[in-house]
Design a protein around this ligand. Structure first.
Ligand code: ATP
Ligand code: MG
Length: 292
């Protein structure tokens, strides 16, 4: 059996603000997220949601407890190991993880692929194009820099960028936070689609509409986490069949590009046969989910 995407075990985080002043932002939080899950975390302001997301993103370390990502205990990794790990295993859609202002939309999505050194320029450009199509980004805006895009369009770029390196999961802190109702609805539909296609997604949100399309809702209060009653229903995504079919084709194209990339890396001995086998298995699992 494969390990869960994320496992937080008795995670606590205390901020020490000076002598005798401490803030217990997280108290013994345990959370397990399986591959393919789509979970939301809700709760009042100051309850620890962003703190937990930062820890799940290895941007912050817990004061105590363990965090396993893809079966790897990240609390034991050094800073430089963490940086590499984070780049390839986690996709961020955070408000403060802004897009790079002097790069175009498509270049923003290409950048993580180029930095990973697993993709050639041509491969990165083609995959970025497909990812942007998948999230419904308008094709006549590919060359626009972020300041010439709407909020909803910028968020789509951020989501496409988060997917660039096939992360174990995507973390999103208030992904609809600054958006109007219709852009929010588009982002919600996009996240649902991406999850249907096999991506694991963890979001923090105040948006009830967004929380209710996820598979599991967790509630935080005073640094503690509670699981709401398990949801017995999976709502169908509000998308017509023709639109869904076209997204399916785009996703299958991306998986095909990915397979070509993996094969090139393997042939040029840039990855081991174990990573090659694992990647192929992963791609096959995803293909099944998309076709299903
Ligand atoms: N760097 C920090 N130093 C000290 N205290 C912090 C720090 N970051 C967060 N806190 C405190 O930890 C607690 C949890 O904060 P967190 O940002 O996780 O809340 P949140 O649930 O995300 O809230 P919101 O919904 O307002 O975004 C708060 O009391 C906050 O003031
Ligand atoms: Mg927050």
């Amino acid at each position: 059996m494969s390990s869960p995407a994320l496992e937080c075990i008795n995670v606590s985080k205390t901020y020490f603000l000076g002598k005798d002043i401490e803030v217990k932002a997280l108290r013994n939080v345990s959370l397990r997220v399986e591959r393919g899950d789509f979970i939301s975390i809700i709760g009042p302001s100051g309850s620890g949601k962003s703190t937990l997301l930062h820890i799940a993103g290895t941007l912050d370390r817990p004061t105590s407890g363990r965090v396993l990502i893809d079966g790897v205990d990240v609390t034991e990794l050094s800073e430089s190991e963490l940086t590499a790990f984070r780049k390839n295993k986690i996709g961020f859609v955070f408000q403060f993880f802004n897009l790079i202002t002097n790069l175009s939309a498509i270049e923003n999505v290409m950048l993580p692929m180029l930095l990973s050194r697993r993709y050639m320029l041509k491969e990165a450009r083609l995959k970025a194009l497909h990812l942007l199509r998948l999230v419904g980004f308008p094709e006549d805006r590919l060359r626009n820099p972020p300041n010439r895009l709407s909020g909803g369009q910028q968020q789509k770029v951020a989501i496409a960028r988060a997917l660039a390196n096939n992360p174990t999961y995507i973390l999103a802190d208030e992904p609809t936070g600054n958006l109007d109702v219709s852009s929010s609805a588009e982002i919600i539909a996009t996240l649902k689609l991406l999850n249907n296609f096999g991506n694991t997604i963890i979001i923090v949100t105040h948006n009830v509409e967004l929380a209710r399309i996820t598979n599991k809702i967790f509630f935080m209060r005073d640094g503690q986490i509670y699981e709401e009653a398990p949801r017995s229903f999976l709502e169908r995504m509000p998308m017509d069949e023709a639109a869904l079919e076209s997204k399916r084709r785009i996703q299958l194209d991306i998986l095909r590009l990915e397979r070509e990339n993996i094969e090139r890396l393997f042939k040029s001995r840039m990855i081991s046969s174990e990573s090659y086998e694992r990647a192929l298995k992963n791609l096959e699992d995803k293909e099944l989910r998309v076709k299903h």
